[in-house]
Design a protein around this ligand. Structure first.
Ligand code: GDP
Length: 469
Protein backbone atom coordinates (compact mmCIF):
# COMPACT_ATOMS: atom_id res chain seq x y z
CA UNK A 1 0.00 0.00 0.00
CA UNK A 2 1.44 3.35 -0.92
CA UNK A 3 1.30 6.11 1.59
CA UNK A 4 -0.61 8.92 -0.05
CA UNK A 5 0.07 11.26 2.87
CA UNK A 6 3.82 11.21 2.12
CA UNK A 7 4.19 14.14 -0.29
CA UNK A 8 2.00 16.42 1.79
CA UNK A 9 3.86 15.42 4.92
CA UNK A 10 7.14 16.45 3.30
CA UNK A 11 5.66 19.72 2.12
CA UNK A 12 4.41 20.33 5.61
CA UNK A 13 7.79 19.53 7.16
CA UNK A 14 9.51 21.76 4.66
CA UNK A 15 7.29 24.69 5.56
CA UNK A 16 7.66 24.02 9.28
CA UNK A 17 3.97 23.31 9.84
CA UNK A 18 2.90 26.37 7.90
CA UNK A 19 5.27 28.89 9.50
CA UNK A 20 7.01 29.56 6.20
CA UNK A 21 5.42 31.23 3.22
CA UNK A 22 5.65 28.73 0.35
CA UNK A 23 6.36 30.97 -2.61
CA UNK A 24 9.95 32.17 -2.11
CA UNK A 25 12.59 31.77 -4.76
CA UNK A 26 14.52 28.75 -3.58
CA UNK A 27 17.96 29.65 -4.91
CA UNK A 28 18.17 33.02 -3.24
CA UNK A 29 17.92 31.33 0.14
CA UNK A 30 18.85 27.66 0.13
CA UNK A 31 18.47 27.24 3.88
CA UNK A 32 14.84 28.31 4.09
CA UNK A 33 13.26 25.18 2.69
CA UNK A 34 16.08 22.83 3.73
CA UNK A 35 16.34 23.31 7.46
CA UNK A 36 13.94 20.40 7.96
CA UNK A 37 16.50 18.05 6.44
CA UNK A 38 18.93 18.84 9.24
CA UNK A 39 16.71 19.39 12.22
CA UNK A 40 14.21 17.01 13.78
CA UNK A 41 10.60 18.00 13.23
CA UNK A 42 9.38 20.26 15.98
CA UNK A 43 7.12 18.80 18.62
CA UNK A 44 5.35 22.12 18.85
CA UNK A 45 2.81 23.20 16.28
CA UNK A 46 2.28 26.92 15.70
CA UNK A 47 -1.29 28.05 16.40
CA UNK A 48 -3.50 28.66 13.39
CA UNK A 49 -3.93 32.19 14.69
CA UNK A 50 -0.19 32.77 14.52
CA UNK A 51 -0.11 31.47 10.93
CA UNK A 52 -2.93 33.79 9.98
CA UNK A 53 -1.20 36.71 11.65
CA UNK A 54 2.07 35.99 9.85
CA UNK A 55 0.37 35.93 6.43
CA UNK A 56 -1.33 39.20 7.26
CA UNK A 57 1.94 40.69 8.43
CA UNK A 58 3.58 39.66 5.15
CA UNK A 59 0.92 41.59 3.24
CA UNK A 60 1.43 44.62 5.44
CA UNK A 61 5.19 44.50 5.02
CA UNK A 62 4.86 44.23 1.28
CA UNK A 63 2.58 47.24 1.20
CA UNK A 64 4.72 49.35 3.56
CA UNK A 65 8.23 48.04 2.85
CA UNK A 66 11.19 50.17 1.72
CA UNK A 67 10.55 52.44 -1.26
CA UNK A 68 6.85 51.73 -1.51
CA UNK A 69 4.55 54.72 -1.83
CA UNK A 70 3.46 54.35 1.76
CA UNK A 71 7.06 54.17 2.93
CA UNK A 72 8.00 57.31 1.05
CA UNK A 73 5.00 59.07 2.44
CA UNK A 74 5.75 58.11 6.03
CA UNK A 75 9.36 59.10 5.49
CA UNK A 76 8.25 62.57 4.51
CA UNK A 77 6.56 62.84 7.86
CA UNK A 78 9.83 61.99 9.52
CA UNK A 79 11.67 64.69 7.60
CA UNK A 80 9.12 67.38 8.25
CA UNK A 81 8.46 66.14 11.76
CA UNK A 82 4.74 66.50 11.40
CA UNK A 83 2.37 63.66 11.93
CA UNK A 84 -0.83 64.85 10.32
CA UNK A 85 -1.80 62.64 7.39
CA UNK A 86 -1.28 58.97 7.92
CA UNK A 87 -0.13 56.47 5.31
CA UNK A 88 -1.50 53.54 7.25
CA UNK A 89 2.04 52.34 7.90
CA UNK A 90 3.84 52.57 11.22
CA UNK A 91 7.34 51.24 11.71
CA UNK A 92 9.62 49.80 14.29
CA UNK A 93 13.26 50.23 13.41
CA UNK A 94 15.54 47.78 15.15
CA UNK A 95 19.05 48.84 16.01
CA UNK A 96 21.37 46.16 17.33
CA UNK A 97 24.08 46.13 19.90
CA UNK A 98 26.31 43.53 21.49
CA UNK A 99 26.96 39.99 20.22
CA UNK A 100 24.97 37.84 17.79
CA UNK A 101 22.96 36.06 20.47
CA UNK A 102 21.81 39.34 21.96
CA UNK A 103 21.01 40.74 18.56
CA UNK A 104 18.98 37.75 17.43
CA UNK A 105 16.82 37.55 20.55
CA UNK A 106 16.18 41.28 20.49
CA UNK A 107 15.30 41.25 16.78
CA UNK A 108 12.77 38.52 17.48
CA UNK A 109 11.36 40.66 20.29
CA UNK A 110 11.05 43.64 17.97
CA UNK A 111 9.17 41.46 15.50
CA UNK A 112 6.82 40.26 18.20
CA UNK A 113 6.21 43.88 19.11
CA UNK A 114 5.54 44.63 15.45
CA UNK A 115 2.96 41.83 15.32
CA UNK A 116 1.27 43.10 18.45
CA UNK A 117 1.11 46.71 17.33
CA UNK A 118 0.72 46.33 13.56
CA UNK A 119 4.05 47.98 12.91
CA UNK A 120 6.45 47.08 10.13
CA UNK A 121 9.85 45.83 11.24
CA UNK A 122 12.92 47.28 9.57
CA UNK A 123 16.35 46.22 10.76
CA UNK A 124 19.62 48.08 10.67
CA UNK A 125 22.26 45.42 10.10
CA UNK A 126 25.02 47.99 9.77
CA UNK A 127 28.25 46.83 8.17
CA UNK A 128 28.93 43.87 10.42
CA UNK A 129 25.75 41.87 9.88
CA UNK A 130 25.51 42.02 6.12
CA UNK A 131 24.78 38.79 4.25
CA UNK A 132 24.13 36.76 7.38
CA UNK A 133 20.41 36.24 6.96
CA UNK A 134 17.96 35.79 4.13
CA UNK A 135 15.01 38.10 3.72
CA UNK A 136 12.24 36.69 5.90
CA UNK A 137 9.26 38.35 4.22
CA UNK A 138 8.21 37.63 0.63
CA UNK A 139 8.56 40.17 -2.20
CA UNK A 140 10.00 42.93 -0.05
CA UNK A 141 12.92 43.69 2.26
CA UNK A 142 13.31 44.06 6.00
CA UNK A 143 16.62 45.88 5.72
CA UNK A 144 16.50 49.56 6.66
CA UNK A 145 17.52 51.41 3.49
CA UNK A 146 21.02 52.90 3.40
CA UNK A 147 19.58 56.32 2.74
CA UNK A 148 17.31 56.34 5.77
CA UNK A 149 17.58 59.96 6.95
CA UNK A 150 18.70 59.46 10.51
CA UNK A 151 21.00 56.56 9.87
CA UNK A 152 24.23 58.42 10.42
CA UNK A 153 22.96 59.91 13.65
CA UNK A 154 21.80 56.70 15.31
CA UNK A 155 24.73 56.34 17.57
CA UNK A 156 24.81 60.01 18.43
CA UNK A 157 21.11 60.25 19.15
CA UNK A 158 20.74 61.73 22.56
CA UNK A 159 16.98 61.62 22.51
CA UNK A 160 16.75 58.27 24.18
CA UNK A 161 13.78 57.72 26.39
CA UNK A 162 13.36 61.26 27.66
CA UNK A 163 11.91 62.03 24.30
CA UNK A 164 9.33 59.47 25.19
CA UNK A 165 8.24 61.22 28.31
CA UNK A 166 7.60 64.33 26.25
CA UNK A 167 5.04 62.81 23.92
CA UNK A 168 2.16 65.17 23.74
CA UNK A 169 -1.21 63.86 22.82
CA UNK A 170 -2.06 66.90 20.72
CA UNK A 171 1.01 66.89 18.54
CA UNK A 172 2.78 63.59 18.79
CA UNK A 173 6.32 63.53 17.41
CA UNK A 174 7.07 61.77 14.14
CA UNK A 175 9.53 59.47 15.84
CA UNK A 176 10.60 58.16 19.19
CA UNK A 177 14.02 56.75 19.84
CA UNK A 178 13.95 54.27 22.63
CA UNK A 179 17.29 53.03 23.82
CA UNK A 180 17.38 50.31 26.44
CA UNK A 181 21.00 50.38 27.46
CA UNK A 182 22.53 47.09 28.46
CA UNK A 183 22.02 46.38 32.12
CA UNK A 184 19.68 49.22 32.95
CA UNK A 185 16.35 48.00 31.78
CA UNK A 186 13.90 49.94 33.90
CA UNK A 187 11.72 51.72 31.40
CA UNK A 188 9.10 49.04 30.94
CA UNK A 189 6.25 51.29 31.95
CA UNK A 190 7.04 53.53 29.03
CA UNK A 191 5.93 51.18 26.36
CA UNK A 192 3.98 48.56 28.22
CA UNK A 193 1.53 50.57 30.26
CA UNK A 194 -1.72 51.38 28.53
CA UNK A 195 -1.60 55.17 28.48
CA UNK A 196 1.93 55.45 27.08
CA UNK A 197 1.27 52.59 24.71
CA UNK A 198 -1.77 54.43 23.36
CA UNK A 199 0.31 57.55 22.82
CA UNK A 200 2.95 55.57 21.03
CA UNK A 201 0.34 54.34 18.59
CA UNK A 202 0.27 57.84 17.14
CA UNK A 203 3.99 57.89 16.45
CA UNK A 204 4.83 56.48 13.01
CA UNK A 205 8.52 55.80 13.63
CA UNK A 206 9.58 53.88 16.69
CA UNK A 207 13.34 53.34 16.87
CA UNK A 208 14.32 50.64 19.31
CA UNK A 209 17.83 49.90 20.43
CA UNK A 210 17.89 46.92 22.74
CA UNK A 211 19.84 43.71 23.20
CA UNK A 212 17.28 41.84 25.27
CA UNK A 213 14.51 39.27 24.89
CA UNK A 214 11.36 41.15 25.78
CA UNK A 215 8.64 38.54 25.19
CA UNK A 216 7.90 37.86 28.89
CA UNK A 217 7.25 41.56 29.40
CA UNK A 218 4.36 41.54 26.94
CA UNK A 219 2.43 39.25 29.25
CA UNK A 220 2.52 41.99 31.84
CA UNK A 221 0.73 44.52 29.69
CA UNK A 222 -3.03 44.19 30.05
CA UNK A 223 -3.52 44.97 26.38
CA UNK A 224 -0.81 42.76 24.87
CA UNK A 225 -1.39 39.85 27.17
CA UNK A 226 -4.54 38.62 25.50
CA UNK A 227 -3.20 38.82 21.98
CA UNK A 228 0.16 37.26 22.73
CA UNK A 229 -1.55 34.40 24.59
CA UNK A 230 -3.79 33.80 21.61
CA UNK A 231 -0.81 33.78 19.25
CA UNK A 232 1.17 31.45 21.49
CA UNK A 233 -1.01 29.13 23.55
CA UNK A 234 2.23 27.30 24.40
CA UNK A 235 4.09 30.23 25.88
CA UNK A 236 7.57 28.79 25.91
CA UNK A 237 7.51 28.39 22.12
CA UNK A 238 7.56 32.08 21.23
CA UNK A 239 11.19 32.26 20.20
CA UNK A 240 11.07 28.72 18.81
CA UNK A 241 8.42 29.73 16.28
CA UNK A 242 9.45 33.32 15.60
CA UNK A 243 13.11 32.38 15.39
CA UNK A 244 12.52 29.64 12.84
CA UNK A 245 10.25 31.98 10.91
CA UNK A 246 12.70 34.89 10.79
CA UNK A 247 16.27 33.68 10.83
CA UNK A 248 17.42 31.77 7.78
CA UNK A 249 21.15 31.60 7.16
CA UNK A 250 22.20 33.36 3.96
CA UNK A 251 23.61 31.15 1.21
CA UNK A 252 27.12 32.01 2.37
CA UNK A 253 26.37 31.11 5.99
CA UNK A 254 24.49 28.00 4.86
CA UNK A 255 27.57 26.90 2.93
CA UNK A 256 29.64 27.10 6.11
CA UNK A 257 26.99 25.26 8.14
CA UNK A 258 26.25 22.41 5.75
CA UNK A 259 29.89 21.82 4.88
CA UNK A 260 30.81 21.45 8.53
CA UNK A 261 27.74 19.35 9.26
CA UNK A 262 28.32 16.91 6.41
CA UNK A 263 32.00 16.51 7.14
CA UNK A 264 31.74 15.99 10.88
CA UNK A 265 28.29 15.56 12.33
CA UNK A 266 26.06 13.90 9.77
CA UNK A 267 27.13 10.30 10.38
CA UNK A 268 27.04 10.30 14.16
CA UNK A 269 24.21 8.51 15.89
CA UNK A 270 23.88 11.30 18.37
CA UNK A 271 24.98 14.93 18.21
CA UNK A 272 25.80 16.69 21.45
CA UNK A 273 26.16 20.46 21.37
CA UNK A 274 28.42 21.89 24.04
CA UNK A 275 28.54 25.66 24.26
CA UNK A 276 31.26 26.99 26.52
CA UNK A 277 31.00 30.69 27.20
CA UNK A 278 33.53 32.06 29.66
CA UNK A 279 32.51 35.47 30.95
CA UNK A 280 35.49 35.73 33.28
CA UNK A 281 38.63 33.64 33.07
CA UNK A 282 39.42 34.69 36.61
CA UNK A 283 36.28 33.30 38.25
CA UNK A 284 35.95 30.45 35.74
CA UNK A 285 39.46 29.06 35.28
CA UNK A 286 40.00 26.37 32.68
CA UNK A 287 40.54 23.45 35.09
CA UNK A 288 37.39 24.23 37.02
CA UNK A 289 35.21 24.54 33.94
CA UNK A 290 36.70 21.39 32.41
CA UNK A 291 35.94 19.44 35.59
CA UNK A 292 32.48 20.91 35.65
CA UNK A 293 31.74 19.90 32.07
CA UNK A 294 32.91 16.32 32.52
CA UNK A 295 31.12 16.00 35.82
CA UNK A 296 27.88 17.30 34.25
CA UNK A 297 28.10 15.03 31.25
CA UNK A 298 29.11 11.87 33.09
CA UNK A 299 26.67 12.29 35.96
CA UNK A 300 23.79 12.78 33.59
CA UNK A 301 24.99 10.00 31.30
CA UNK A 302 25.38 12.33 28.37
CA UNK A 303 28.81 10.80 27.76
CA UNK A 304 30.32 7.44 28.71
CA UNK A 305 33.37 7.15 30.96
CA UNK A 306 36.67 6.19 29.39
CA UNK A 307 37.85 2.68 30.13
CA UNK A 308 41.03 3.05 32.13
CA UNK A 309 41.60 -0.74 32.44
CA UNK A 310 41.28 -1.71 28.88
CA UNK A 311 42.88 -0.13 25.89
CA UNK A 312 41.75 -2.61 23.25
CA UNK A 313 39.18 -1.22 20.89
CA UNK A 314 36.72 -3.12 18.79
CA UNK A 315 36.76 -2.30 15.08
CA UNK A 316 35.34 1.21 14.58
CA UNK A 317 32.77 0.37 11.87
CA UNK A 318 30.45 -1.49 14.18
CA UNK A 319 30.53 0.84 17.10
CA UNK A 320 27.89 3.44 17.79
CA UNK A 321 29.19 6.96 17.79
CA UNK A 322 28.53 10.33 19.35
CA UNK A 323 29.75 13.61 17.96
CA UNK A 324 30.39 16.47 20.33
CA UNK A 325 30.23 19.89 18.77
CA UNK A 326 32.09 22.35 20.98
CA UNK A 327 31.68 26.07 20.46
CA UNK A 328 33.93 28.33 22.42
CA UNK A 329 36.17 31.31 21.91
CA UNK A 330 39.03 29.11 23.15
CA UNK A 331 40.49 25.83 21.92
CA UNK A 332 41.66 24.29 25.20
CA UNK A 333 38.39 22.52 26.04
CA UNK A 334 38.35 20.89 22.64
CA UNK A 335 41.99 19.83 22.95
CA UNK A 336 41.45 18.36 26.36
CA UNK A 337 38.28 16.50 25.50
CA UNK A 338 39.43 15.07 22.22
CA UNK A 339 42.68 13.93 23.81
CA UNK A 340 40.69 12.18 26.52
CA UNK A 341 38.48 10.24 24.12
CA UNK A 342 41.25 9.53 21.67
CA UNK A 343 43.58 8.03 24.20
CA UNK A 344 41.22 5.39 25.56
CA UNK A 345 38.13 3.44 24.54
CA UNK A 346 34.91 4.09 26.41
CA UNK A 347 33.30 1.64 28.82
CA UNK A 348 30.27 1.34 26.59
CA UNK A 349 32.32 0.83 23.45
CA UNK A 350 30.89 3.98 21.92
CA UNK A 351 33.17 6.10 19.80
CA UNK A 352 33.25 9.75 20.85
CA UNK A 353 34.43 12.32 18.36
CA UNK A 354 34.97 15.94 19.23
CA UNK A 355 34.77 18.92 16.87
CA UNK A 356 35.10 22.67 17.11
CA UNK A 357 34.52 24.93 14.10
CA UNK A 358 36.53 27.94 15.28
CA UNK A 359 38.23 29.55 18.24
CA UNK A 360 38.15 33.29 17.86
CA UNK A 361 39.89 34.03 21.21
CA UNK A 362 37.88 37.16 21.89
CA UNK A 363 34.69 38.87 20.76
CA UNK A 364 35.61 40.98 17.73
CA UNK A 365 33.85 44.27 17.29
CA UNK A 366 32.33 45.29 13.95
CA UNK A 367 33.63 42.25 12.09
CA UNK A 368 31.27 40.71 9.57
CA UNK A 369 33.20 37.43 9.15
CA UNK A 370 33.44 36.98 12.90
CA UNK A 371 29.67 37.41 13.19
CA UNK A 372 29.16 34.97 10.33
CA UNK A 373 31.11 32.32 12.25
CA UNK A 374 29.14 33.02 15.41
CA UNK A 375 25.84 32.69 13.52
CA UNK A 376 26.95 29.47 11.81
CA UNK A 377 27.96 27.99 15.16
CA UNK A 378 24.74 28.99 16.85
CA UNK A 379 22.87 27.28 14.02
CA UNK A 380 25.05 24.14 14.19
CA UNK A 381 24.41 23.92 17.94
CA UNK A 382 20.69 24.12 17.22
CA UNK A 383 20.96 20.93 15.17
CA UNK A 384 22.03 18.93 18.22
CA UNK A 385 20.07 16.12 19.83
CA UNK A 386 21.30 17.13 23.27
CA UNK A 387 22.45 20.59 24.22
CA UNK A 388 24.65 21.84 27.04
CA UNK A 389 24.93 25.60 27.40
CA UNK A 390 26.62 28.12 29.63
CA UNK A 391 24.50 30.04 32.13
CA UNK A 392 23.48 33.54 31.11
CA UNK A 393 24.60 33.29 27.49
CA UNK A 394 22.25 34.54 24.80
CA UNK A 395 24.37 32.67 22.23
CA UNK A 396 23.10 29.47 23.82
CA UNK A 397 19.53 30.78 24.07
CA UNK A 398 19.26 31.16 20.32
CA UNK A 399 20.55 27.64 19.72
CA UNK A 400 18.12 26.10 22.21
CA UNK A 401 15.18 28.11 20.89
CA UNK A 402 15.79 27.30 17.23
CA UNK A 403 16.37 23.64 18.06
CA UNK A 404 13.39 23.39 20.41
CA UNK A 405 15.77 22.01 23.03
CA UNK A 406 15.72 22.24 26.80
CA UNK A 407 19.40 22.51 27.55
CA UNK A 408 21.56 21.37 30.41
CA UNK A 409 22.85 24.61 31.87
CA UNK A 410 26.37 24.84 33.23
CA UNK A 411 25.94 26.96 36.35
CA UNK A 412 28.51 29.74 36.59
CA UNK A 413 31.32 28.75 38.99
CA UNK A 414 31.84 30.81 42.12
CA UNK A 415 35.08 31.06 44.05
CA UNK A 416 36.82 28.96 41.43
CA UNK A 417 34.89 25.86 42.54
CA UNK A 418 32.88 23.37 40.51
CA UNK A 419 29.26 24.12 41.38
CA UNK A 420 27.12 21.41 42.90
CA UNK A 421 25.25 20.26 40.94
CA UNK A 422 27.54 21.13 38.02
CA UNK A 423 24.59 21.62 35.68
CA UNK A 424 20.84 21.76 35.73
CA UNK A 425 18.24 20.84 33.14
CA UNK A 426 16.28 23.88 32.02
CA UNK A 427 12.51 23.53 32.17
CA UNK A 428 11.74 25.75 29.21
CA UNK A 429 13.33 26.35 25.83
CA UNK A 430 12.46 30.06 25.64
CA UNK A 431 15.26 32.61 26.21
CA UNK A 432 15.63 34.36 29.55
CA UNK A 433 14.88 38.08 29.74
CA UNK A 434 17.83 39.17 31.84
CA UNK A 435 16.26 42.26 33.32
CA UNK A 436 12.86 41.36 34.68
CA UNK A 437 10.37 44.19 34.45
CA UNK A 438 9.51 45.57 37.84
CA UNK A 439 6.79 48.10 37.28
CA UNK A 440 3.16 47.07 37.46
CA UNK A 441 1.08 49.46 35.39
CA UNK A 442 -2.29 49.23 37.05
CA UNK A 443 -1.04 49.09 40.61
CA UNK A 444 1.63 51.69 39.79
CA UNK A 445 4.20 50.08 41.98
CA UNK A 446 7.07 47.69 41.69
CA UNK A 447 6.43 43.98 41.78
CA UNK A 448 8.44 40.78 41.52
CA UNK A 449 7.30 39.34 38.23
CA UNK A 450 9.02 36.06 38.91
CA UNK A 451 6.28 35.16 41.36
CA UNK A 452 3.17 36.84 39.98
CA UNK A 453 1.85 34.38 37.38
CA UNK A 454 2.55 30.66 37.07
CA UNK A 455 3.97 30.84 33.56
CA UNK A 456 6.64 33.46 34.29
CA UNK A 457 9.45 32.40 36.60
CA UNK A 458 12.94 33.52 37.46
CA UNK A 459 15.48 31.88 35.17
CA UNK A 460 17.46 28.91 36.40
CA UNK A 461 20.64 30.43 35.03
CA UNK A 462 20.02 33.98 36.14
CA UNK A 463 18.03 34.93 39.20
CA UNK A 464 17.40 38.53 38.17
CA UNK A 465 15.82 37.44 34.90
CA UNK A 466 12.46 35.93 34.05
CA UNK A 467 11.30 33.53 31.40
CA UNK A 468 8.20 31.88 30.04
CA UNK A 469 7.15 28.34 30.79
P1 GDP B 1 26.50 36.24 25.12
O1 GDP B 1 27.44 37.38 25.35
O2 GDP B 1 27.06 34.93 25.56
O3 GDP B 1 25.15 36.50 25.67
O4 GDP B 1 26.31 36.02 23.54
P2 GDP B 1 26.43 37.02 22.31
O5 GDP B 1 26.35 36.18 21.09
O6 GDP B 1 25.47 38.13 22.44
O7 GDP B 1 27.89 37.65 22.40
C1 GDP B 1 29.02 36.85 22.39
C2 GDP B 1 29.83 37.05 21.11
O8 GDP B 1 31.16 36.59 21.34
C3 GDP B 1 29.33 36.22 19.95
O9 GDP B 1 28.33 36.83 19.18
C4 GDP B 1 30.60 36.01 19.17
O10 GDP B 1 30.94 37.18 18.48
C5 GDP B 1 31.60 35.77 20.29
N1 GDP B 1 31.54 34.38 20.74
C6 GDP B 1 31.27 33.94 21.98
N2 GDP B 1 31.30 32.59 22.03
C7 GDP B 1 31.57 32.17 20.78
C8 GDP B 1 31.71 30.87 20.18
O11 GDP B 1 31.59 29.83 20.81
N3 GDP B 1 31.98 30.85 18.84
C9 GDP B 1 32.12 31.99 18.12
N4 GDP B 1 32.39 31.88 16.80
N5 GDP B 1 32.00 33.20 18.64
C10 GDP B 1 31.73 33.31 19.96
Amino acid sequence: KTDSSQPTKTANDKLLDGLLFPGFDDRSCLSRYRSFLYRKASQHKPSSYLLLKLRKYEDLHKRCGPYTRSYDKTLKRLKSNHTSSSSGCNYIVWLGSNGMGNRIISMASAFLYALLTNRVLLVDHGTDMTHLFCEPFPNTSWVLPMDFPMKKQFHALKLRHDRFRDISEKSPPSFVYFNIPHGTYDFDELFLCDNSRALLEKVPWFLLSSDQYLAPAFFLSPTFKQEVSKLFPEKETIFHHLGRYLFHPSNQAWGVITKFYQANLAKAEQRIGLQIRIFSRRTSPFEVVMDQILSCMLKNKLLPEVDTQNSVRSPPENRPSKAILITSLFSEYYENMSALYQSKPTVTGEVIRVYQPSHEEYQHKSDNMHNMKAWAEIYLLSLSDVLITSAGSTFGYVAQGLGGLKPWILIRPKNKMVPDPPCRRDKSMDPCFHYAPKYECKAKHKTDFGTLVPYIRHCADRQTGVKLF
